[in-house]
Design a protein around this ligand. Structure first.
Ligand SMILES: Cc1cc2nc3c(=O)[nH]c(=O)nc-3n(C[C@H](O)[C@H](O)[C@H](O)COP(=O)(O)OP(=O)(O)OC[C@H]3O[C@@H](n4cnc5c(N)ncnc54)[C@H](O)[C@@H]3O)c2cc1C
Length: 238
């Protein structure tokens, strides 16, 4: 017997992959000959615009994620990391681990929506030493690190070391960088109340941007407004 069912496999449970799955589910809702599979390494959709707020503790991590299984209806979900795609055999292979069997999934149609990777523009030192702000783990790591810096600075008697512990540099004055800088500044100013030996004026948050203005692509007036607002809170924009 000839297999009639067609399988659509969607890779990536971010905005692109989840929205695509929802639209295809709607389109094929009465078509039992179409089977859909969504594969992503996490079983939740992450609201990236709110990551800086999670890093600053303004929002709890559970408030910025939505379980994918609560969004999809007839799609089969696999939590796993894509290892490679074989376009000739029409197969997607998922990594196996000690605890998880590697899986191979056949597709008739494939949607690749695996997002992007942070671009360090060839600066290997930045790539090695800087923190990124892209995943839930990143937000928690940054938060823990910032609080650790306050803890260390509070009891640091060497003024040069203390200054370096309280200097935070954000690379990139785009949307994510500016939001992260603003949230970080709020977190630091708020938390510093509990560190009697840290003066607010000791804390430095800087944004480094290669272009002459922050928020490129935004309306100039809005970018200027954000610039003034942030510099008034003590943030340095270079
Ligand atoms: C801090 C921050 C703030 C932002 N703010 C805004 C904003 O306010 N407005 C706006 O429009 N955009 C904003 N963006 C950009 C927005 O997040 C992206 O444009 C959007 O997420 C892109 O969607 P995507 O589905 O292509 O990729 P993603 O959302 O990155 O999704 C990709 C998915 O694929 C999964 N994946 C990746 N590799 C694999 C693999 N090998 N195997 C299995 N799964 C894999 C990932 O886990 C992820 O779930 C922001 C981004 C950041 C980082």
């Amino acid at each position: 017997m000839v297999e009639k069912k067609k399988k659509i496999v969607i890779l990536g449970g971010g905005y692109g992959g989840v929205e695509c799955t929802r639209k295809l589910e709607e389109y094929f809702k009465n078509d039992d000959d179409v089977e859909m599979v969504l594969i992503s390494e996490d079983n939740f959709l992450l609201f990236t615009p709110m990551l800086p707020q999670a890093a600053a503790g303004m929002l709890a991590t559970r408030d910025i994620v939505m379980p994918i299984r609560t969004i999809i209806k007839k799609t089969i979900f696999y939590e796993g990391r894509v290892k490679n795609i074989d376009p000739h055999g029409k197969i997607v292979n998922l990594w196996g681990t000690d605890e998880r069997r590697g899986v191979s999934i056949h597709y008739d149609f494939l949607v690749v929506s695996l997002g992007s990777e942070t671009n360090f523009f060839g600066m290997s030192d930045v790539e090695k030493y800087a923190y990124t702000m892209k995943t839930l783990n990143d937000a928690m790591t940054v938060r823990n690190r910032v609080i650790d810096m306050l803890e260390q600075a509070e009891n640091e008697s060497n003024p040069i070391l203390k200054e370096s512990l309280l200097t935070f540099v954000i690379v990139g004055g785009g949307f994510a960088g500016i939001e992260t800088a603003g949230e970080l500044m709020d977190l630091l100013l708020d938390a510093s109340k509990y560190y009697p030996r840290i003066d607010k004026s000791d804390i430095k948050v800087m944004v480094l941007e290669a272009l002459p203005n922050i928020l490129p692509g935004f309306d100039e007036k809005l970018a200027k407004f954000a610039h003034n607002l942030l510099t008034n809170t003590g943030l340095k924009l270079d």
